[in-house]
Design a protein around this ligand. Structure first.
Ligand code: SF4
Length: 320
């Protein structure tokens, strides 16, 4: 079996990013939000505290070990099982990568909340912007009541302040911004909320607006994925106001690994963060159903492999 890493996962091959190595800077599951749709499950440590949850030196050490054997990565992506910017060392790690491995592009996936942290905002604008190539921030609501319902924030975050800082940041950032909105029917797609989205979104200087929807089990049973017509309705409302957007949530198997990556390690790393069906695993590994089943069988002999029945099928998750 290939070497196991604690903070790195993948690399996965994504149509959007190419070959992307994930870095998880936060212990499972620490976040400043507890989103209704979170594919990692309920937030068990709901906090707005920023600190070095995982030591910068430990992440760099793993990164160097990984890169010593696998140099052909296009993107290094900060994401995983919580909000990466809660780790106070995130920009230091970005700087390290850019300085020591300048050929890699850096992507940061964030829920946008830490933009309201004055210190972080300053650091990001003054240094991080030159180290990070792509930021994928999310904005699922524009009214405080919908924000509280869909994202269930820690502390007293105000969505007005978050959108204000996101707009300000987008005009100072020289890299790319792909803004992501998670569509939850009956929660953030009311006529009023859509009207407010139409007013706010044109002010954010983003290269793309991406609409996403639930593709894996949500932490709450009543949360259902948007149908195609519900996604289309959201899309048409925004495009009718001249906002260019794309629907990404219904695209399956966006990510698959390259052939020379150990499949067992890859599956364990992926499904310990987000559950997946056999079909998802087949798509990820570009393999047949029987092969995927044999991998899961092998994994179940070493790991705590759990199953969950959902409308899209049986989802597998490794509890580490
Ligand atoms: S911000 Fe991301 S990690 Fe945090 S609860 Fe929401 S979806 Fe999950």
């Amino acid at each position: 079996m290939a070497k196991q890493f604690k903070y790195l996962f993948g690399p996965v091959f994504s149509r959007r990013l190419g070959k992307s190595l994930g870095i998880d800077l936060i212990p499972f599951k620490t976040c400043n939000l507890n989103c209704l749709y979170c594919e990692c499950g309920l937030t068990t440590n709901l906090t707005s505290e920023r600190k070095e949850y995982i030591k910068v030196a430990d992440v760099i050490d793993e990164l160097e070990q990984f890169l010593a054997d696998n140099g052909d990565v296009d993107f290094v992506t900060f994401s995983g099982s919580g909000e990466p910017t809660l780790n106070s060392g995130v920009l230091e790690i970005a700087k390290y990568i850019k300085t020591n491995h300048p050929k890699f592009k850096i992507c940061l996936i964030t829920n946008s909340l830490t933009l309201t942290d004055e210190q972080f905002f300053k650091e990001l604008v003054n240094g991080g912007t030159s180290d990070i190539d792509l930021i994928i921030p999310s904005l699922d609501a524009v009214s405080q009541s919908v924000f509280k319902k869909i994202n269930q924030p820690a502390a007293n975050y105000q969505i007005e302040e978050i959108t204000k800082k996101l707009i300000e940041f987008s005009h100072k950032f020289s890299g790319k911004i792909w803004l992501e909105i998670f569509v939850l029917p009956g929660v953030n797609d009311s006529k009023q909320e859509l009207e407010w989205f139409k007013q706010i979104l044109p002010k954010v200087k983003a290269e793309k607006v991406q609409l996403n929807c639930l593709d894996r089990p949500a932490p709450y049973d009543w949360v259902k994925t948007a149908t195609e017509s519900e996604m289309n309705h959201f899309y048409e409302e925004l495009t009718s106001a001249g906002i260019e957007c794309t629907i990404v949530g219904k695209v399956k198997h966006d990510d698959y690994v390259s052939e020379n990556v150990d499949p067992i390690t890859t599956i364990v790393e992926l499904i310990s963060r987000r559950p997946a069906t056999i079909e998802d695993i087949c798509g990820t590994l570009n393999c047949g159903k029987e092969t995927a089943e044999s991998y899961l069988n092998e994994i179940s002999q070493t790991y705590n492999l759990q199953k969950e029945e959902q409308s899209r099928g049986t989802f597998y998750r490794v509890i580490k």
